[in-house]
Design a binder for this molecule. Sequence first.
Ligand code: MRU
Length: 367
Amino acid sequence: MNGLTDNSCGADTTSGHDTIRAIRWRDDTLSLLDQRRLPEEEIWLCPGDAAAVTSAIRDMVVRGAPAIGITAAYGVVLSARQHYRSSGKAWQEKLVADLELIGSARPTAVNLAWALSRMQECLQQAGTDPVAELLEEARRIHTEDIEANHIMGELGAGLIDAGMSVLTYCNTGSLATGGYGTALGVIRSAWRAGKLREVFAGETRPWLQGARLTAWELMRDRIPVMLMTDNSAAALMQGGRVQWVITGADRVTANGDVINKIGTCSLAIIARHYGVRFMVAAPCSTLDPALADGAQVEIEQRSPDEVLNLAGRRIAAAGAGAWNPAFDVTPAELVDCLVTEQGVVRRPDREALKGLVAANQTQKQLD
Ligand code: MRU
């Protein structure tokens, strides 16, 4: 992939089905579309420093693995701008402390650490104007993500035959990325190509990313969607209503295990049972060759309140506790295709992942 393109960080409104951008950097200000308020209200928040960016990521103003990484990168720019002018020689130490703070916001999506490490590398090589160089790097991370999503969209859509229907899960679209989306990018591309009969989306308890965000995105971009409760998946697949399940990932470990929104593993098991194919779309920034398998990944545990309450109202019986892991591990053997911007890997395993990581490194050196 080569650097910046005209498509950059603005929505490509001319092509239809792709009008949303939820992270903006304009006039030296970072703006985030508050995903906690969707679909009722479209409120933009402007975190002004690293602490505010950390809270925005932790509290799910912005969520989705690539979107978290991009926001973190802009957070480093805000930090650099603040400390470079006011802290004399200590500015780099303050910046490193802020990098650690932002990095602690959420543990599971590797894109956060990946983006921060790119920013740190940029800092180490920066010349006379480090703030400008960091901003350029953050913009590059943002733009490259959108480019990768378009490539994955085409590659993934190429695997889908005309007239097929798909089930997607969580939110993997423009809200979860720099724009266009991973799994939802594949769906956008397949829809634009006229291939899809129906798109089903699981509501994604407890945070309802499917019902609140995916449905909002698809409605906004004129792609019809059928929402379903998460526990309808077996009935849907048993009835032959979908031919593909398509999800994103928060981390893919060296052996091809996929860590994604809690419930993804159940979908993969059901899909294999009923002969429905399972596709994971994730950029190379989501690969984590440093971890051998999914068992080594820290799974974020979230507040029991998300399970005990719905739309701000208590639904569970008084006194009940709740277990609320935010992600699960889908074993590599349940994945039929891993779609990345470097190509499609069928039946991902350790060998294939090694090749993918190497191809990505070679590409980076060429860029
Ligand atoms: O808790 P979230 O909403 O941040 O979880 C998001 C997901 O699990 C997505 O499926 C994943 O980040 C891939 S999005 C491109």
